[in-house]
Ligand binder design. Structure first.
Ligand SMILES: [Zn+2]
Length: 163
């Protein structure tokens, strides 16, 4: 995928829409597009700030009499800005970290519980080896899912500044 195609595809996305894998891969390897995306995200944030629902009851001011008349009509008509429910289908970072700690903590604690001690005494290496492998696979799997499902977050928030 070349830069033009990747960036066009990125621009065609709706807000909060998942970035397709091909575009994400391009962004990971292309500092020029990454920088553009980071700038776009910043610009969008700056431009959207005056439209935030918290300030929606304060109509913007304008020196243009035509715009002033339009704004006056909007406010007198009672057409109100309906603050949409925040679209948040993503699992929060806090929950991710809690689940990670629970997973790693559970695997670390289990061998020292009565179940773990009994299993070790009864099965010896036939318990310890598969348990260690399961522990490694689970933690690796968790890391993979964590990075995979939050790649949007990392690309958009941190933008991997172009040096
Ligand atoms: Zn590019």
């Amino acid at each position: 995928m070349n830069c033009q195609k990747a960036f066009d595809r990125y621009l065609s996305l709706d807000k909060y829409e998942h970035v397709p894998l091909a575009v994400t891969v391009h962004l990971l390897f292309c500092p020029v597009c990454r920088t553009s995306v980071r700038r776009l995200t910043l610009a969008e944030k700056v431009l959207a700030a005056p439209l935030a629902p918290a300030q929606a009851d304060v109509l913007p001011q304008s020196a243009d009499p035509v715009v002033q008349a339009a704004l006056a009509r909007i406010s007198s008509s009672g057409i109100a800005w309906v603050a949409p429910e925040p679209v948040d289908r993503h699992v929060s970072m806090f929950r991710w970290l809690v689940s990670g700690f629970i997973l790693a903590g559970g695997f670390s604690v289990l061998p020292f519980t009565s179940v773990g001690e009994w299993s070790r005494a009864a099965f010896g290496p036939s318990f310890i080896v598969p348990f260690s492998i399961l522990c490694g696979v689970a933690v690796t799997g968790w890391c993979g899912v964590f990075v995979g499902s939050n790649i949007d977050f990392f690309v958009k928030k941190f933008g991997f500044a172009h040096t």
